[in-house]
Write a protein that binds this ligand. Structure first.
Ligand code: NIG
Length: 425
């Protein structure tokens, strides 16, 4: 049988600025975060879901392998790897618009949580959601991710709290992930103590460590384990107990660290070889010294600071100057960061965190990929890597953060196939 168009190699030509993000096979730090591997008038040959050739249009188009490929004209625009959103709570049963309005009226995140809003409100809604309904919801979210140029995303559980509910969330994530149209990286998250365990915290920690974590590992439902380590949620000692249990069954670690208060979570996470520490709004100079040279990635989530109006953005410049690899993510969730636009996060990173557009792009692609254990597969456009890329309606990559609050995505290619095209949306 002759190959169908879909199976034919795809030749992406006329890329005005092709950002390959080529470089060392590890998270980028310091000056490396400014290197975009920019090729003017570039082209790519995509075949068998991967990048076969990448470079100047002249070279790629003349190569014998490019003969017979279906051509896609990027019309002189910016082409870059799909974003890797390394921190999301994208699976939830309902929005929390009441919390939002209460905050506008002056209530804080902590006050809202104390009155039964916040994560506990999301957990109540989660209880009445069926697994198929969650699958439908996540499918819709995945389509939106693609529309905004995100081609890989981490998704946490954490709105279940009770064992059965956490497993339901993770099974819904797996159901969507196995469809293969999008790369989802599942994380088991200890987010809060369920109401009925409020006076029996130790029992809950034991339940998570001795029952939930082993079962999740047995079923292969998560790759990472994460804890919300902050005042009013889990203490350092509680977090460490659960993280140690997770590491012992082979889960990789992440930690919500130094978000609302400074707790020393960063130091603890580094000691456990956490892949990333996330948030870091309250991180100190001592923490930064402790992170240096460890390989732990600082995953910054400025959308949260904007949405909560908490005012203190993480010190990205200091982290970069200390050569700590920085990733950027949306933290998409119904409470503290209801956006899934990585482009918006890049804008905040530039205007509020003083990252350069190049640093922000590296943080939202290759460093995001390493933060979810996918650095060898996605996050840059290099031969052999998965063909996940975006054509942006821009002639200069700096316009992506500059023209903020807009969706510049024109075409999105996932595993070598066009999965979104603005004209056809
Ligand atoms: O990362 N900090 C903890 N978890 C989320 C908030 C989740 C929610 O409010 O639903 C965060 O900001």
């Amino acid at each position: 049988m002759p190959p169908t168009d879909e199976e034919k190699p795809l030749l992406v030509v006329n890329c005005g600025q092709l950002l390959t993000i080529r470089g060392p096979r590890r998270p980028r730090a310091g000056q490396e975060m400014t290197a975009l591997g920019l090729v003017r008038n570039g082209a790519l040959l995509l075949k068998d879901r991967t990048v076969q050739l990448v470079g100047s249009e002249d070279r790629v188009c003349k190569a014998p392998e490019s003969r017979g490929a279906v051509s896609l004209d990027a019309r002189g625009k910016v082409v870059l790897p799909g974003f890797v959103d390394s921190h999301t709570h994208a699976l939830f049963a309902a929005t929390r618009v009441d919390d939002y309005v209460a905050r506008i009226g002056g209530a804080t995140y902590e006050q809202i949580a104390k009155r039964g809003g916040g994560i506990q409100a999301s957990a109540r809604r989660m209880r009445s959601a069926s697994e198929p309904a969650l699958v439908d919801h996540l499918e819709r979210v995945v389509n939106l991710f693609l529309e905004y140029g995100t081609t890989t995303a981490e998704v946490k559980s954490g709105y279940g709290l009770e064992i059965a509910q956490e497993l339901k969330m993770l099974r819904a994530i797996r159901a969507v992930a196995t469809r293969g149209t999008f790369d989802l990286v599942p994380t088991l998250l200890a987010h809060d103590v369920p109401a009925r365990f409020r006076t029996k915290r130790r029992q809950y920690i034991e339940l998570v460590s001795q029952e939930l974590i082993p079962q999740v590992a047995r079923e292969g439902l998560a790759e990472f384990f994460d804890v919300f380590c902050d005042r009013g949620y889990f203490s350092i000692a509680e977090s460490k107990t659960m993280m140690t249990a997770a590491a012992s069954v082979g889960l990789q670690l992440k930690l919500h660290a130094e978000q609302m208060t400074h707790s020393g979570a960063t130091k603890m996470a580094v000691g456990l070889r956490s892949v990333s520490v996330d948030h870091l709004d309250q991180v100190t100079d001592t923490d930064i010294r402790c992170l240096r040279g460890t390989g732990t990635i600082a995953a910054l989530l400025p959308g949260t600071v904007l949405h909560l109006g908490s005012g203190r953005y993480p010190p990205a410049r200091q982290l970069i100057d200390a050569r700590i690899p920085v990733a950027l993510a949306t933290n998409f969730n119904p409470g503290s960061s209801p956006t899934l636009s990585m482009q918006m996060i890049l804008s905040l990173a530039c205007s509020q965190l003083r990252m350069s557009p190049a640093e922000a792009i590296v943080a939202g692609t290759i460093n995001g990929a390493y933060a979810v254990g996918r650095g060898r597969l996605v996050g840059s456009l290099e031969v052999g890597k998965q063909a996940d890329l975006v054509i942006m309606d821009a002639s200069d990559y700096r316009e992506i953060p500059y023209l903020f609050g807009m969706n510049h995505c024109e075409t999105v290619i996932k595993k070598g196939r066009v999965v979104f095209s603005k004209g056809n949306a």
